[in-house]
Design a protein around this ligand. Structure first.
Ligand code: AVJ
Length: 326
């Protein structure tokens, strides 16, 4: 019988990375214990995962990044006008703030920029680079997971704020979760603030399929990197070669669904816990929702937000929307 012997030394450290590691371990154990096994997509983004995602963004098949950038480049002036002068801009999941620069270049005397990201290192780097280019702008990075409510620094809580949430990251959420997040955005931006959000639009299934299962296999590598990460960080023994990337388009739910599929029957250890996989059994890793504009408007409406303006590309592949609290 296959048993799990954990080689990890019991850790005495109580620093942040140790605490994060034990949350990661708990989430993985819980997720793999479910009847439908699952792993949270936020764990894709370790250093290798972030690099692979950047590679995805460069793929011919992966249209969202370049399409959203194109919309921002073409309409930055009009978008900045809707946001208004002396803006306090809070960005959810700022990464390298590439799209934000287009916006900052057009905003009329922006007051402050508060990038929010879970990756503290990346955030500090980005903030330094921005400070060099935007003299008069207050730049105040916030290390936080924006999927759970968090506080802005005191100096900003009572100011009208524009939340910038690009990248169609909202598409990872089911509609009740998305509405919940929009509600906390309304709370955070205040009655005179707003939301600028990028989201992916429903389109031909073949285009979607190719975007999430590219010919070069980068998305497959990105998805399977989650197993490598679990092996590296959590003393696990996934034989990654015996798993495959699966991306399917669910027409009824209007979303791409991503899984990791076991190619044969096997046992895997994570720490001291053992998990059984049937041949063909899947671990659910990610949803990527594709919206019709009216669907998105109705979700926003349920959260107390009203559309102010909308920009799309000529293919209508992607949308950038500005909304106000009602
Ligand atoms: C970062 C959530 C916008 O859904 O398109 C890309 C993630 N996953 N390829 C997306 C992703 C596989 C991406 N988001």
């Amino acid at each position: 019988m296959h048993t799990c012997s954990s080689s990890a030394a019991p850790s005495l450290a109580t620093d942040e990375s140790t605490a994060n590691a034990s949350v990661f371990l708990q989430d993985v154990l819980t997720g793999l214990s479910k009847t439908r096994k699952e792993l949270h997509c936020k764990y894709f983004y370790d250093e290798r995962g972030s690099r692979l995602f950047d590679q995805i963004c460069e793929l011919d098949e992966y249209y969202p990044t370049r399409t959203e950038l194109g919309i921002m480049a073409e309409h930055a002036g009009a978008i900045a006008e809707r946001i208004g002068s002396e803006a306090v801009l809070v960005e959810y999941g700022s990464g390298s703030s590439t799209k934000t620069r287009l916006l900052l270049d057009h905003l009329d005397s922006a007051h402050a920029y508060l990038p929010v990201d879970i990756s503290g290192d990346h955030l500090q780097q980005t903030a330094q680079l921005l400070r060099a280019d935007y003299d008069d702008l207050e730049i105040q990075p916030i290390v936080a997971d924006f999927t759970t409510p968090f506080e802005l620094p005191d100096a900003y809580v009572s100011l009208p704020t524009t939340i910038y949430f690009p990248g169609s990251t909202i598409g990872n959420l089911k509609s009740d979760e998305a509405i919940g997040l929009l509600v906390s955005i309304v709370d955070q931006c205040g009655p005179d603030g707003g939301l600028l959000i990028g989201f992916d639009l429903a389109k031909d299934a073949a285009v979607l399929q190719a975007a999430y299962d590219d010919a070069a296999g980068v998305t497959a590598e990105f998805n399977l990197n989650l197993l490598h990460r679990i092996n590296r960080e959590l003393d696990a023994d996934f034989d990654v070669q015996r798993f495959a990337h699966v991306a399917t388009y669910n027409q009824d739910e209007s979303r791409i669904e991503i899984f990791i599929e076991s190619l044969d029957e096997q046992e895997v250890c994570v720490g001291r816990q053992q998990f059984h996989f049937e041949q063909g059994e899947r671990i659910f890793t990610e949803y990527s929702h594709k919206y019709r504009v009216d669907q998105f408007v109705s979700m926003a409406d349920q959260a107390g937000l009203k559309m102010d303006a909308l920009w799309t590309d000529s293919n209508e592949y992607f949308a950038v929307m500005h909304l106000f609290p009602v």
